[in-house]
Ligand binder design. Sequence first.
Ligand code: ADP
Ligand code: ADP
Length: 229
Amino acid sequence: DTVFRTEGLTKVYDTGGAKVHALAGVDLELYAGELSVLLGPSGSGKSTLLNILGGLDHATGGRVWFRDLELTRLGDRALTRYRRNHVGFIFQFYNLVPSLSARENVQLVTDVAPNPMDAAEALERVGLKHRLDHFPAEMSGGEQQRVAIARAIAKRPEVLLCDEPTGALDSKTGVQVLEVLREINDEFGTSTVVITHNAGIRAMAHRVVRFADGRIASVEVNDTRVAPH
Ligand code: ADP
Ligand code: ADP
């Protein structure tokens, strides 16, 4: 099944004078249950695409679907509902609330989601059973990102969109965080899209989409995806 499909997707930023063609006609299909990675140089349009897929931003042309739902036809309220009901986000900087413990950060989501995991269960799932009552400042970067992953998966989203989740981590810690994403993808079948420069992702991804200048340069399917250990 297709989870996302785009057709001639464009995004033009008009910053008063110079127009930036961040996406210059993207036709892409991503499949349910897969872990897809977006690669390409800085400025090639990866974040712009991820934000449009996640309903955080509007395209300026073309069409995009989440399953049968055409996102490019939704108004802001419907787009917000789509985001809340279906999408988990993970960003480079963990966006945790510093005054709340790991458990309380996750509870911000589990208190309002329709069918959430227990906060402690979500944290246990990312290997942080021993950090439930720790505050962000008491945790390493990798641990903070795992709290952010727990928060994202706690509402059981169908898709996880990850924009440079390892960007602030050393490469070894980054691989550990990617392993957690891979395990979640394996266990729950969560369709996952990751932007990362960490080379460790290559063996974990089902599909590698390479961007250049707002277009797709290549799509590579990984037949040798390593099984979880
Ligand atoms: P990547 O994620 O591959 O680094 P981006 O999607 O962030 O690329 O950016 C694509 C292009 O769009 C770049 O030229 C970038 O400078 C431009 N861009 C991104 N966001 C904005 C914005 N809010 N306003 C103007 N230009 C932007
Ligand atoms: P909510 O009101 O439940 O936070 P939103 O639809 O406003 O839902 O946002 C969905 C998720 O995306 C939330 O976890 C929110 O923190 C995150 N989010 C939205 N916009 C941004 C952004 N620009 N930067 C970082 N996180 C964001």
